[in-house]
Design a protein around this ligand. Structure first.
Ligand code: FMN
Length: 366
């Protein structure tokens, strides 16, 4: 009898673990690519472009395609903003630049040349594209698919300035600080202290909670925001995280404390920080986003993982103190970088293209 009960208990526990593991698997949101009036190739290119990094994964972009004019207009979606941490749309414009550069690389991979310009009156980026070769660059496609934000702890491996320079040359607007430099310590402290300040701010906590996705079904229904996959939580940990977290508890003290511990762990486990600077005008921020993606793709190619940590820039006092400490003006991006044993994959939580793309006139297939 005792044995029978033990077998039953073990079976139930195993079944429970199996269910948790199944729920903890990485999900595929199956982004729908089809958009009426667009060729399959343009749909593929626009999907690839949507894999751009963007703040909180809010995917704040509205796209109008003019196939006959070979033009795409790109602008911010006013209904997708982060009013608390990004009241002046600084990160939103950087993200728009990230989208534009990812899209330009996607066009390039499919054999197109592109040019872009920003119109301050209409607040639109106009991207012109034209096919120049029938060849496809699969390596570039794979690179765009591979790039992603990695929020895990990185290996304690050294990444010298020389190694960084080989992957991407530093310049007046791109700085690298390895973990043994005094500047690294200053960035780390500013980032952690700003994170702690933000975690204790109920408005910021509510905004973050609104963009968290706390179940597979919520993620599949919105195809945006920050599900477990975007936070680097997987397997059994993901199932438990979904089981114990609600949108309300995510605004509470223990969630904030857990976030601080995670941020500490991230900051203690990396090889260095990259700082990207630019002016504050809309087109300068767009340009900053474009340079961020060029840099990020090069680092991905060199096997270096990237995690933007913007907290010290989002909190004014920390930003200006850090700028003084580093003797740098106009910090716009702080990237934690380092190595992992496996680079990992992009979880590709992205909306259906037809949600934000409209087509004016139709595509004539040759
Ligand atoms: C302007 C900008 C600011 C960002 N700031 C942060 C940040 O402070 N913390 C963080 O964990 N991720 C940050 N990210 C990364 C985004 O969360 C990430 O790009 C988004 O979730 C999409 O995921 P992917 O990069 O893996 O495609 C930032 C990204 C951008 C473009």
């Amino acid at each position: 009898m005792k044995i029978k009960i033990m077998i039953l208990v073990v079976t139930i526990v195993l079944a429970l673990i199996a269910v948790l593991l199944i729920c903890g698997r990485k999900i595929d949101v199956h982004t729908e690519k089809s958009v009426g009036g667009l060729s399959e190739e343009l749909q593929d290119i626009l999907y690839l472009g949507s894999l751009a990094p963007n703040s909180h994964n809010i995917q704040s972009w509205i796209i109008e395609v003019y196939p006959e004019e070979e033009t795409i207009k790109i602008k911010i979606d006013p209904d997708r903003t982060l009013n608390v941490i990004d009241p002046v749309l600084r990160e939103n414009y950087i993200s728009l630049g990230c989208y534009t550069m990812t899209l330009m690389n996607s066009f390039q991979a499919y054999g197109y040349g592109t040019t872009q310009s920003y119109n301050e009156e209409s607040k639109e980026i106009s991207l012109k594209f034209h096919k120049t070769t029938g060849e496809t660059d699969q390596d570039l496609i794979d690179l765009i698919l591979k790039r992603h934000t990695d929020k895990r702890a990185f290996n304690p491996a050294e990444l010298t300035s020389e190694t960084f320079n080989n992957a991407y040359p530093v310049s007046d607007s791109i700085h690298y600080y390895s973990s043994d430099s005094p500047e690294f310590a200053a960035i780390k402290n500013a980032t952690l202290n700003a994170y702690i300040a933000q975690a204790g701010d109920p408005r910021a906590a509510k905004e973050l909670s609104d963009w968290l996705r706390l179940s597979n079904s919520e993620t599949i229904s919105t195809k945006d925001g920050l599900p477990a996959e975007q936070l680097g939580i997987s397997g059994l940990r993901k199932s438990i995280y979904y089981l114990i977290t609600t949108h309300e508890s995510a605004t509470g003290e223990s969630f904030a404390d857990q976030g601080i511990t995670t941020a500490e762990n991230q900051l203690d486990n990396c090889s260095g920080f990259v700082i990207i600077t630019s002016g504050d005008s809309e087109d300068e921020l767009i340009d900053c986003g474009m340079r961020t993606v060029s840099l990020w793709l090069s680092l991905t190619d060199a096997g270096i993982s990237v995690h933007p940590m913007s907290y010290a820039i989002e909190e004014h006092v920390y930003k200006s103190n850090l700028e003084k400490a580093l003797n740098i003006e106009n910090i716009q991006m702080i990237l934690r970088i380092g190595y992992t044993n496996d680079y990992g994959t992009n979880s590709a939580i992205r909306r259906d293209l037809a949600d934000y793309i409209s087509v004016n006139g139709s595509w004539q297939d040759e």
